[in-house]
Design a protein around this ligand. Structure first.
Ligand code: NAP
Length: 285
């Protein structure tokens, strides 16, 4: 079997085209969705992610503002800034680019952002609402993965979904969203014993570990849906996923590539959340 490749990049483009039209219509009503991104320090990977977010904002018509601060910024200064952004009506979404310098308490910053503007979906209120099946801002990478599955009419209900990785931003929430779609969910992590048996039984396998080619075709079930979240920079400078694409694609039913897979969907769902926030703030939702 050769897998059908799910190109997140293509889906992201078509969703962004729809969003562009939606934002044009909102602008005619005087509503301009606004996203403020706060970048602290000069980590090259963070800078590149922020650039991608600005590019997507420009494309869909979201008014994006970038606030760049030195890595010496204190926690107090950052909290004061978030307070100001929370009360600014032109700001519908606040995103503080992670990771933060070690002297800043990341969780405290996440919790300082108003849940109404939590377009990253990391605030405990957003997470709690997601877990209880209420409407909220879903974390962007997990939400993008669900959109990718749905775009191919992949049946989730009753399927065994195995998630490798349990981070707060990917592993845990993607499992919750799949549970919400009636999958039977297994989480694997660094302390899981006999992980191979779970992987071999997975109908849907989500890999979010951060180790290049952690999974290959020998590990997976014939016909499995394989979603590769990993982004790893290898020696020649190129990017590769957590899955050995070439061997896995010979056995999987569907597979996502890296790059052009999950990554572009993450930023697209950030745009979705920002537009949703603007609509909510203006009584349209
Ligand atoms: P993370 O916070 O480092 O979490 C990694 C997870 O993998 C942890 O739960 C860890 O288990 C587990 N793990 C590590 N080694 C393992 C092993 N040998 N066996 C089983 N599990 C193991 O990473 P993350 O933030 O979730 O990101 C994961 C990957 O996705 C990274 O490559 C990241 O760059 C990428 N990513 C991509 C996007 C995108 O938009 N495409 C977005 C976010 C992240 P423990 O909990 O037990 O330590």
């Amino acid at each position: 079997m050769t897998a059908e490749v799910i190109y997140g990049k293509e889906l992201a483009q078509s969703l962004r085209d729809d969003m562009k039209e939606e934002v044009e219509a909102l602008r005619l009503k005087g509503i301009i969705p606004g996203l403020t991104v706060v970048l602290i320090g000069d980590d090259p990977a963070s800078k590149s992610y922020v650039k991608g977010k600005q590019k997507a904002s420009d494309y869909v018509g979201v008014a994006s503002e970038l606030i760049e601060l030195p890595s010496s910024t204190s926690q107090e200064e950052l909290l004061t800034l978030i307070d100001e952004l929370n009360s600014k009506t032109t700001v519908n979404g606040i995103l503080v680019q992670l990771p933060l310098p070690a002297h800043i308490d990341e969780q405290m910053i996440i919790e300082a952002i108003s849940p109404e503007k939590d377009v990253d979906g990391f605030h405990p209120v957003s997470i709690g609402r997601m877990m209880t099946g209420k409407d909220t801002f879903y974390p962007c990478t997990p939400y993008g993965i669900i959109q990718m599955l749905k775009s191919k009419q992949i049946d989730i209900e009753g399927k065994h979904a195995v998630i490798i990785g349990r981070s707060n931003i990917v592993g845990k929430p993607v499992g919750q969203l799949l549970l919400g779609e009636n999958a039977t969910v297994t989480y694997c992590h660094s302390r899981t014993k006999d992980m191979a048996k779970f992987i071999a039984d997975a109908d849907i396998l989500i890999v979010a570990v951060g180790i290049a080619h952690f999974i290959n075709g020998d590990h997976i079930k014939e016909g499995a849906v394989v979603i590769d979240v990993g982004v790893n920079r290898v020696e020649d400078g190129s990017l590769t996923g957590d899955v050995d694409f070439e061997s896995a694609k010979e056995k999987a039913g569907f597979i996502t590539p890296v790059p052009k897979g999950v990554g572009p969907m993450t930023i697209t769902m950030l745009m979705h959340n920002t537009i949703k926030s603007a609509k909510k703030a203006n009584g349209l939702l």
